[in-house]
Ligand binder design. Structure first.
Ligand code: SF4
Length: 178
């Protein structure tokens, strides 16, 4: 289904910068690392996506990007690294693809690799609170999502699909394969 019209939000500018973020962005740009972000949603789905993004970013050549600097501090080293990277991995918590939809307007679509974590584990849809799922289980499910993402990336997952996640794709993968 075609979404409703695109829309914009206005963001207050800043002259501030995060010292460690500048170092992190510059180093990863220099080393050609691939940024990974999650939707950072407040619910259990966002938390599992966040944990999965942390796990994927421990693998080579991936490193954790920051959606906050990417969206609101465009001159930061992290935002510059993410805009220039050959691809950006986005793990959204669910089918709403909150960060994937934003990123499509910040990075060329063919450089985005989008995932829907919920499509991998298909549980907890009646829960919001993160702590409604025991920590050990959260971590186990995040590991499953991360392994699915790592496997899809290893198979050359590339570029966004125009109509969201397709059933013919690996579980959770919302982009086209080569
Ligand atoms: S993608 Fe889903 S889990 Fe993530 S912020 Fe949006 S609604 Fe929340």
């Amino acid at each position: 289904m075609k979404p409703k019209s695109d829309f914009s939000i206005k963001i207050e500018g800043t002259v501030g910068s995060c010292p460690v973020g500048e170092k992190w962005g510059s180093q990863n740009a220099r080393e050609g690392k691939i940024p990974v972000i999650s939707c950072e949603g407040a619910c259990i789905r966002g938390e599992i996506a966040r944990l999965a993004a942390n796990l994927v970013s421990k693998e080579e050549p991936y490193r954790r990007g920051c959606h906050g600097e990417m969206f609101t501090v465009p001159g930061s080293a992290i935002a510059q690294w993410m805009r220039a990277s050959e691809k950006v991995v986005v793990i959204d918590g669910c089918f709403l693809q909150c960060h994937g939809r934003v990123m499509k307007h910040l990075v060329a679509e063919e450089r985005l690799v989008l995932f829907d974590a919920l499509a991998v584990y298909k549980k907890y849809t009646d829960l919001f609170d993160i702590e409604a799922v025991p920590e050990a289980e959260r971590r186990r499910v995040a590991r499953l999502v991360a392994d699915t993402v790592i496997s899809a990336l290893g198979k050359g997952a590339k570029g966004p699909a125009s109509s969201g996640c397709g059933s013919a794709q690996p579980a959770g993968f919302c982009g086209r394969e080569k």
